[in-house]
Each structure stands twice: as structure tokens, then as C-alpha cells.
Design a protein around this ligand. Structure first.
Ligand SMILES: [Zn+2]
Length: 422
């Protein structure tokens, strides 16, 4: 599934030239940067020109020029959000912060959700995301109630309204066995028709036989309809990678041609090194992508009453990357029963991920989960490399160092197709 993003933006005549700091690892083809200095944080001073909304030249800045005072990044991708329930914390709080409490509050909120509530959550989410420099979002949508098809119609309108600004992919989030029902089949056809994804939850306690059967059915359904799959899987502090093992067993039995993403995959980190490497190699072999979600995992998992546990399960990002698996990092929930904080701000997510997941933006594999890997995972045409001919779609941070940018709240300027936003 490839989205032709270019078609979604109106053609502009925007052109300009700017001196900026750019992460060396994002500089792509056509740039004449041999011998240019790179600072300790991997930032390279460049003069970028653009014409008709695309990069027309990439050069070093002349020696007598001032050091640039802005960091330029490609506009961000949010690979895992829930725009249908963001900002519902006040209506359905989960003060204990437990997984079960979050689920209970979620179900209560979903049962009472009106059309207006849905439009309010999604509208506020997209406003914030756009002003924070996000260009594409994959959002899971609670889709198991009587209003599910109507919600999808409404969110289809939301997507149309926002298509010039943010590319939206939706994932139908349902209990896994819902896909085996008549209603599930109807929803799957609706989802496939709009080019979106089938989702589900695979979490303990497991009935292994039943879960395996449901996974086989889901993969077959996805292939029949040519519909990609994104699962909430093993978001847990127990039953290490039990859901993943069932998924891999299903993939051994069913021929699969669609893209599969494992979101969370937290309990995999509880495995021993050898088993973990074996499973990571299998994920690579079956081309399964992973979205790690450090914020919600740190908040919900590893809790035990009033004891402070040091085990905080999170997808084993480094080991997965070492095996060649595409790993992106997402923000997940915003101001809802699953996570009370956050604000669709990718810089904030990067700052927290530094300490939680040890992802440093000056390392290529520390930056890729927020940039190129996330674009790859969503199947976007432009992966975020800065090359001649690539879109002038950027976020400019008012800072000349990563540490400063991630410590303070830097001013941002967002550029869409070569045009600076107000
Ligand atoms: Zn989620």
C-alpha cells in the first residue's frame, strides 16, 4: 500500500533559500556535502534552496557565514495514535493508572460517545498535530460498537477535510474474534474499500487455541481483501511474547502478502537474549514491522500496587533493529484513560524517549524511529530523506543543538510544500 502524498497537496510556487542545521543521517541523494564538517551531535550546516515546493539544491554554507540557529527536520509521522478518544480524560479518568482501569474507563466512554464527541477529539488532535509539524498519522479507531460504520463514515469526512494537511490512515480496533463474525466481515469490507487497516488486541490472559485460530482467520481475511494489519500485541508485563509466538506460528501456516505491524510488543523484552534474537530474526523474515510506544508502556505497565517495580516492559528496540526489523516510535494515547498526558508533540516524544528507550537523536538508529522508519511503516512515498527533488516539508526548531531543542520547548516553524505556515 503506497500513498501518493504529492497528489494530496495543492501545487504551489513556493521557493526560497535557508541556512540550517540538518542531521547528517537524513541527507540523501544529490547533495554535494563531501568534506563538510559535522558537529558532535551529528548536525551539518547546510544551505537549502527550494523551488515549486521541492528541494532544488543542497550545499555547504560559505565559510564567512554565521552558524545557522535552526535545526531542520522532515515533517513528522505519528505511526500510532487514537484520535477518536484523545482528550477524554475528564470524562473517563483512570486515576490508578492501571491497564484494567484504563480498559474499563475506555469501554464506558466508548458506549456513551456521541458523534460530536468523536469530531471534537479528532479535530483537536489534528489541529495540534498539524501545528506541531506532523504530516501523517496512523490512528486506531474503536470499532466494535453499534455505531462503528457510522463512525467510519464520519472519520472518512474528517480525512477528506484534512487531506491537504495531514495524511490519515485508520485501523479498525476490535476484539480479535470480532473479525470472525458477520458484523466483522462487513466492517472489514468497509475498511478495505477505503484503503485502511484491520486491527485487534492480542493480550493475556491467552486462550492459545482460540487466539491462534483468530490470528489465522485475520491474516487470511487481510489477504483476501488486500488489507494491511496492525495489532496491539503483548502490551503486558506477563506472558512474555506469548501473543507474538502465536502470530509467528500463524504466519508459518498462512501465506501472507500484506504488511503486518506489531504495536507495543512490550513483553517481548522480558525474554532471554537468545530467545529474543530468534524471534526478532523471524519478525524480519516475515517482514513484520514494530511500533514501540514508550510513553503508555511506562505509565501502564510494571505496576504493582504501591511497590516501585524496576521492570518496565517496552519493545526491545535495539535488538529488533539489529535483526533488521523496521521499528518506529509512536505517541499512542493522549489525555485519555490510557495515558493522561501528552499533546501530539513529536519533539516531546523524542525527549521522553531519550531517557525511557535510550534513543539518542544524534544516532542514525535513534532518529530513524521518528523519521524514515515511521514513513516506511506507513508506506509513504517520501521517507523523509532530504534530497534534490524531495518535498520542502519541514519543521524548523529554533535551536542550534539537539540537547537544547529537547530540553526547552523550542519555537517551531512549519513548512508545507515550501510555504511557511503562519
Ligand atoms: Zn494504542
Amino acid at each position: 500500500m503506497t500513498f501518493e502524498k504529492e497528489e494530496l497537496f495543492a501545487t504551489t510556487q513556493a521557493s526560497g533559500c535557508i541556512d540550517v542545521l540538518v542531521p547528517r543521517c537524513l541527507i540523501g541523494d544529490g547533495a554535494n556535502i563531501c568534506g563538510l564538517p559535522v558537529d558532535l551531535e551529528g548536525l551539518c550546516s547546510l544551505r537549502l534552496s527550494w523551488k515549486d515546493g521541492k528541494i532544488s539544491s543542497i550545499k555547504g554554507i560559505p565559510e564567512d557565514s554565521k552558524l545557522p540557529n535552526e535545526i531542520l527536520l522532515p515533517r513528522f509521522i505519528e505511526p500510532h495514535a487514537h484520535i477518536d478518544k484523545a482528550f477524554t480524560w475528564k470524562r473517563s479518568p483512570n486515576l490508578r493508572g492501571s491497564y484494567d482501569g484504563a480498559l474499563e474507563a475506555n469501554l464506558r466512554n466508548y458506549a456513551a460517545r456521541s458523534e460530536e464527541d468523536l469530531l471534537c477529539s479528532s479535530g483537536k488532535s489534528l489541529d495540534l498535530a498539524f501545528s506541531n509539524g506532523i504530516r501523517a498519522i496512523r490512528s486506531h479507531i474503536d470499532s466494535f460498537g453499534k455505531n462503528a460504520l457510522n463512525d467510519w463514515d464520519l472519520l472518512g469526512d474528517v480525512r477528506k477535510k484534512w487531506q491537504e494537511k495531514i495524511l490519515l490512515q485508520y485501523v479498525a480496533l476490535v476484539p480479535l474474534d470480532f473479525w470472525e463474525t458477520y458484523e466483522g466481515e462487513l466492517l472489514a469490507k468497509r475498511v478495505a474499500f477505503s484503503g485502511d487497516l484491520l486491527g485487534g488486541v492480542v493480550a493475556p490472559p491467552y486462550n492459545k487455541k482460540k487466539t491462534f485460530k483468530s490470528l489465522v482467520h485475520l491474516i487470511q481475511l487481510g489477504n483476501q481483501l488486500d488489507c494491511d494489519i496492525d495489532l496491539h500485541i503483548d502490551e503486558s508485563q506477563s506472558s512474555a511474547a506469548a501473543g507474538l509466538k502465536l502470530l509467528l506460528k500463524a504466519l508459518e501456516q498462512v501465506e501472507n502478502k500484506v504488511s503486518i505491524t506489531c504495536s507495543h510488543l512490550s513483553s517481548m523484552a522480558l525474554l532471554g537474549q537468545q530467545k529474543l534474537s530468534q524471534l526478532a530474526a523471524k519478525l524480519y523474515r516475515y517482514k513484520v514491522n514494530v511500533v514501540a510506544l514508550p510513553l503508555t508502556n511506562s505509565w501502564l505497565l510494571g505496576r504493582k500496587d504501591r511497590s516501585t517495580l524496576i521492570k518496565r516492559p517496552l519493545a526491545p528496540i535495539f535488538e529488533l533493529q539489529k535483526a533488521g526489523v523496521v521499528v518506529a516510535v509512536g505517541g499512542d494515547n493522549v489525555n485519555d484513560s490510557w495515558f493522561p498526558l501528552s499533546s501530539f508533540d513529536p519533539i516531546n516524544l523524542m525527549a521522553f524517549s531519550m531517557s525511557i528507550a535510550h534513543l539518542s537523536p544524534w544516532d542514525r538508529l535513534g532518529l530513524s524511529p521518528f523519521s524514515t522508519s515511521a514513513a516506511h511503516l506507513l508506506g509513504l512515498e517520501w521517507k523523509g530523506n532530504l534530497a534534490i527533488g524531495s518535498p520542502a516539508d519541514w519543521v524548523l526548531l529554533d535551536s542550534n543543538s539537539w540537547v537544547e531543542a529537547l530540553s526547552s520547548k523550542p519555537k517551531k516553524r512549519v513548512v508545507v510544500k515550501g510555504n511557511f505556515l503562519d
